[in-house]
Ligand binder design. Structure first.
Ligand SMILES: C[S@@+](CC[C@H](N)C(=O)[O-])C[C@H]1O[C@@H](n2cnc3c(N)ncnc32)[C@H](O)[C@@H]1O
Length: 297
């Protein structure tokens, strides 16, 4: 049953919600995201307030329920994406729950870097790729969309995260080309030794002591399994550098996201291993060194 409210009533509520947002130091953009998800209004209508004089605006939830969600955003600091259960990443609308990290915009670049790292004639070849620590499945889905003849193996230690990733892959039509396995990093993929063309991972890379100092939206609501990278934040990256050579074919791609300030240490890890060549660092759109790429010798 559709729910309707008058444009004026909605406008009055939004006006109050904006004041609360400013007082709580929450971006007005988040209010817009919530309303775009839960009403029939688009960003332009919300920005121009062109709905104000409409006799009725359609809502997915009652205004009281929307107000309750907004209260949770402000008081409990729950990210809007968890409240609506949806986020947008590259071209995809993804389901998210608190079992998965909300995929970040900078991570979108990993897919472009993987494509650029591949010789054009290999883009459409049959190959095996892995997304280790898949979370919502974002990277695996991004890879499946650009590597149209590849099989993507997506691994996570969290069964709850894998369930979300699997649902996202199915919803977006990639269910047949992405295989999901639960386990620690390469552990469930023994059968792929020496046959992997590319490994992508956005592993936990935040130093343990920093995790609890992050904003409450992150520390209170995002899974710590997705965040905590050990003492210096590099435990998982070290492990992936040490283990990947057994799985990557010669010329295979090793591509990982890291935290600001870790680039030098990651280059050192890769170069001292001896199994990698052409180690390169790439910046995100903010100019922060964020991605490390290397090729299996
Ligand atoms: C930073 S999140 C990245 C999630 C997703 N790939 C993204 O970019 O949004 C790291 C992911 O690694 C997973 N993870 C942590 N330890 C793991 C392990 N030992 N083996 C496999 N996955 C692990 C977490 O559950 C989490 O989903």
């Amino acid at each position: 049953m559709p729910i309707f409210v008058s444009g004026l009533e909605l406008w009055k509520w939004i006006d109050r919600a904006k004041v609360e947002a400013i007082a709580s130091d929450v971006s007005l953009t988040e209010l817009e995201w919530l309303l775009q998800e839960l009403t029939s209004l688009d960003k332009l209508a919300l920005r121009l307030e062109s709905f104000k004089d409409l006799p009725k605006v359609e809502l997915n939830l009652s205004l009281a329920e929307i107000a309750q969600l907004w209260e949770r955003r402000l008081q409990e600091r729950v990210p809007v994406q968890y409240l609506t259960g949806t986020t947008y990443w590259r071209d995809f609308s993804l389901k998210v729950t608190q079992a998965v990290l909300i995929p970040r915009p900078e991570t979108e670049l990993l897919i472009d870097l993987a494509v650029e790292a591949l010789k054009p004639d290999r883009l459409n070849s049959k190959s095996n790729w892995v997304d280790l620590g898949t979370g919502s499945g974002a990277i695996a889905i991004g890879l499946a969309s650009v590597l149209t003849n590849s099989t993507i193996y997506a691994v996570d230690f969290s069964a709850a995260a894998l369930a979300v990733a699997q649902q996202n892959a199915e919803n977006l039509g990639f269910g047949d080309r992405i295989k999901f396995d639960r386990g620690s990093w390469w552990e469930p993929l023994e059968f792929l030794k020496g046959q992997v063309s590319g490994m992508i991972s956005n592993p936990p890379y935040i130093p343990s002591s920093t995790v609890l100092t992050l904003q409450p939206e992150v520390t209170k609501h995002e899974p710590h399994l997705a965040l905590d990278g050990g003492g210096d934040g590099l435990d998982c990256i070290r492990h992936l550098a040490a283990t990947a050579p057994d799985y990557l074919e010669s010329g295979g791609i090793w591509l990982v996201e890291m935290m600001a300030g870790q680039a030098e240490a990651v280059v050192e890890i890769l170069e001292s291993h001896g199994s990698y060549c052409q180690v390169q660092i790439f910046a995100d759109l903010a100019g922060i060194d964020r991605f490390a790429l290397a090729y299996r010798r």
